[in-house]
Design a binder for this molecule. Structure first.
Ligand code: BG6
Length: 660
């Protein structure tokens, strides 16, 4: 597998020169749709900018609309809905864009043999003009119900004939359940060979997902630890802040299990848990992925509710109970009584020698408080008895965190002795940040897939048996939910951390979800907006989790306390002197941040309205961070002045409190 991106990559990258993509005519079905504009064309443009796109290449867009070549080109170039809007480079290169789009053509066609015979003539003419060697790449950017007919009619129109390769890229979803996936595979393979079919899972195109394999198999130190003897549990977390974004019609027939778990999350699961492949050849990797998915325990109907919970988002409310954003059931094209899950959390078991007994937790949902995907590997704790008689109360586990997006990096969390005469520990972090280490341009994730497909490398695509194995795991859940009565939906508010049942799923195992706070989340607080990444990561490490029962007072008027609170889950009421509620805060919001700057009596009560999971940042930890990074203190004091009207001197501010 070869990864593009040479021209803007850092100089530490090897001098290996990537070969060009292979010559071909790319035929896009559904070319006037969103996917083509937002992802395919920007990807081809990135390949062209990086000198990776063969000059012997052309695109033939097709669909039911009647478009001239010029109209197609200008819609693909558009500043509002085309390449100029969606490109991902630092700067837009007119010359590259003009050259690329001059090789774009359009022909209107229905999905039938006659239309496809017409398309074939056009493809032959383009093949001749661009000397593409008879190679054709078909891209199905259409709804899956058309895939079978596309395969059949392309074959019957004679596209499989002649010299050169013919390859088909199929977009997800691949089937809507096990039965339909089996039928679709059968239908496609009736006309085309498995090695001609490239099933897209765009997560496999993400650099950070590809890096999971690179990390595991190029760093010898982790492999001996990668098993049930050293790892306590693994958590996969895919939080989306977006709602269904106008795709209610599709989503209501799908739900998060079909939309995210069965494909994207199971792909990441197999990368993290599979056995080492014999080589980096596509089938070597895909064989191991298939073996891994086949080892995931298939639940019986009784086991489903014990191990899987689901949720659906409701509206978001303002402090007076008014709806500020509607819930899922009020979205366009969604059934007002819908039972479709917009959130799910599952505990899976892998019944093989490596992972027997290690719980694998997965969690994903829409309309959550932040967008972030991460994988947390929690290692087993050492015995605490060793520290008996020291100031160390309990040990925290080591964790390896793969940040997939939007923050991209890897953290290794461990404990270190704090300076001083007694034995005290503090959590610290070894952190790798992609953005800092590699200065390359952002990619859409699709360029590497188009490039790999043109070169006949199927590593980043799913194989028929893999898709079927993934559906086998999901099917009992779908079957159970089909007949079981749904939980009281909606069961989580928009912009929250999801339903309570997801927390209970882990609590009954004596574990917690690791709520990963990323720099962008912290930056939502005015105090940290635009702060230096180094400062943000030091603050993140200093955050301590805290759970508060409903009705409990977190901050009391008149009392001097020195913490800032960050709400992960739950709601709090802010009360004035007369005990009246003046504000309500919930998941993702902060309170008490002035106490990081100034030690004075609190001016309001803050009381938990529901069970709350909070992160707490202590003033002393904050000052210690600023002493370690004095370059940031000035900026923070400026923020204190501008935003909170507090005039503080550096000396006064940095002195640790005597009662610390
Ligand atoms: C798609 C799903 O496959 O992946 C969407 O259909 C989802 O519902 C999207 O939002 C998430 O992709 P990404 O790359 O933004 O994590």
């Amino acid at each position: 597998m070869v990864i593009p991106g040479k021209s803007e990559a850092s100089s530490s990258v090897s001098e290996f020169v990537n070969p060009l993509s292979e010559p071909c005519v790319m035929v896009i079905f559904g070319a006037s749709g969103d996917l083509t504009k937002r992802l395919l064309v920007p990807s081809l443009y990135n390949l062209a900018c990086d000198d990776l796109l063969s000059p012997n290449f052309a695109v033939l867009g097709t669909g039911r609309s009647k478009l001239s070549n010029e109209a197609f080109r200008s819609s693909m170039a558009s500043e509002t809905t085309g390449l100029r809007a969606f490109h991902t480079r630092h700067e837009f290169d007119e010359v590259v864009s003009d050259d690329l789009l001059s090789r774009f053509f359009f022909e209107s066609a229905n999905i039938d043999i006659e239309s496809f015979k017409g398309l074939k003539k056009t493809v032959q003419a383009l093949d001749k003009k661009y000397q593409a060697g008879g190679n054709i790449l078909f891209y199905f950017a259409m709804a899956p119900r058309f895939f079978g007919a596309l395969c059949e009619n392309l074959y019957k129109a004679g596209f499989q004939e002649g010299s050169g390769w013919k390859r088909i890229i199929v977009e997800k979803p691949f089937g809507t359940n096990l039965q339909s996936a089996l039928a679709l595979n059968q239908e496609i393979l009736q006309y085309w060979k498995e090695e001609q079919i490239y099933r897209v899972d765009h997560y496999l195109g993400k650099e950070t997902v590809q890096n999971l394999l690179a990390f595991r198999f190029s760093n010898g130190m982790f492999e001996p630890l990668w098993n049930k003897h050293h790892i306590d549990n693994i958590q996969f977390n895919v939080c989306e802040a977006v709602d269904v974004q106008g795709r209610g019609g599709y989503y209501d027939q799908s739900g998060v299990l079909r939309d995210m778990m069965q494909n994207h999350m199971f792909q990441m699961l197999s990368y993290i848990c599979m056995e080492p492949p014999g080589s980096f050849e596509a089938d070597s990797i895909r064989n191991e992925k298939a073996k891994l998915l086949e080892s995931v325990r298939i639940y019986t109907d009784d086991e489903v509710p014990e191990n899987v919970v689901r949720g659906q988002y409701g509206p978001a409310y303002d402090a007076h109970g008014g709806v500020v954003q509607s819930g899922y059931r009020e979205e366009a094209d969604v059934d007002p009584q819908s039972k479709t899950e917009t959130f799910a959390a599952a505990k899976l078991h892998i019944d093989n020698l490596r992972w027997q007994g290690v719980p694998i937790y997965l969690r994903s949902g829409k309309a959550l408080w932040k967008r972030s995907t991460e994988i947390v590997i929690e290692f087993k704790k050492p015995p605490e008895t060793l520290f008996k008689g020291t100031g160390v109360q309990n040990l925290t586990s080591n964790r390896l965190v793969f940040h997939i997006q939007p923050f991209q990096g890897i953290d290794l969390l461990f404990q270190a002795k704090t300076p001083g005469p007694t034995m005290q520990l503090q959590g610290v972090d070894m952190s790798f940040n992609y953005g800092e280490a590699f200065k390359s341009s952002r990619y859409t994730g699709y360029e590497v897939m188009l490039y790999a497909c043109s070169r006949g490398d199927a590593t980043l695509f799913s194989r028929g048996d893999l898709v079927e194995a993934a559906w086998r795991i999901a099917q009992p859940l779908l079957d159970h939910w089909e007949v079981a009565s749904a939980p009281e939906f909606p069961n989580y508010t928009r912009n929250s951390w999801g339903p309570k049942s997801a927390y209970e799923l882990l609590e009954k195992d004596g574990r917690r979800w690791f709520e990963v706070v990323t720099p962008d989340v912290l930056e939502e607080s005015p105090l940290f907006e635009g702060a230096d990444p180094l400062l943000l990561s030091a603050v993140i490490l200093a955050l301590r989790p805290m759970t508060v029962a409903p009705g409990e007072t977190i901050i009391r008027q008149g009392e001097v306390s020195t913490e800032m609170y960050f709400i992960c889950r739950g709601e709090v009421d802010v009360l004035d002197l007369k005990g009246e509620i003046v504000n309500q805060l919930q998941d993702g919001q902060f309170f008490g941040e002035v106490a990081l700057l100034l030690t004075t009596a609190r001016t309001a009560d803050v009381r938990a309205k529901t069970l709350c999971d909070l992160f707490v940042l202590n003033q002393n930890d904050f000052k210690r961070i600023l002493r370690d990074h004095p370059q940031f203190a000035k900026k923070i004091l400026q923020v204190a002045k501008d935003r909170y009207d507090l005039a503080l001197s550096v000396n006064e501010f940095m002195t640790p409190r005597s009662d610390a």
